[in-house]
Design a protein around this ligand. Sequence first.
Ligand code: 13P
Length: 263
Amino acid sequence: MVETSKTSVLISGNWKMNQNHFEALKLIQELSALLRSLNGDSVLSPMTKVSIHPPFTSLRTVQTAVESDHIPVFLGAQTCHHLDKGAYTGEVSAEMLSKLGVQYVIAGHSERRQYFFETDEIVQKKVKAILHHGMHPILCVGETMEERQLGKANEKVQNQLREVFSQLSIEEALKVVVAYEPIWAIGTGETATSSDAEQMCSFIRTELASLSGNQVAEEALIQYGGSVNEQNAAELLAQENINGLLVGGASLDARKFVEICRA
Ligand code: 13P
């Protein structure tokens, strides 16, 4: 088992394909009011960082609000292309995101893997591109229910980690956030039990030690995602190897999301 000292926690709100830019502006203003006290200070514990991941069309709107109102959140994106530019109609590059002030980019979300056929190889290239442009990748890994029932959950996650971390230097690996999102728990209301989530996050830490060494394993931010809400957040965060949450549905409700951030 790898020793870990929890010095910071990252709560990320993945808005997915929700919130047009009018709705996004309203949501970020609600977050602003709830995340700052009357004198403008953050209501978050000093060890809690928050990132929010709007759709591409709302990034600029949210970035402007975050900067002008000094909202204590980092700007995040949901995916990117691994090349800087070129004839790839409809795509947005990591380079473009970095110029917008984005600091965290999700890579390999299971919805991207499932609906947009992203392979481990593509995910690995995205992680490299995100790092190259000075941002933090949030690498998503996780098994289907069938894989879990067949006892193949660890093997699946191990392979997803290996594809990426085997290509990274220690300096690069130190910047990667790993999100364990069991596919069966996403959007279903069915959360992994805190002990199942903890077991897998502990396994991920051990794997990181063998792939990138002890420092990376000890310092890695490992999030859990899948039907996180204001009721289960505190118990998940109390687990030794869980130092963050990747929140979908509940991040669209400012009050619930802020409760999760303060859990
Ligand atoms: P839900 O919180 O809606 O289950 O979504 C989880 C997720 O996919 C976050 O990336």
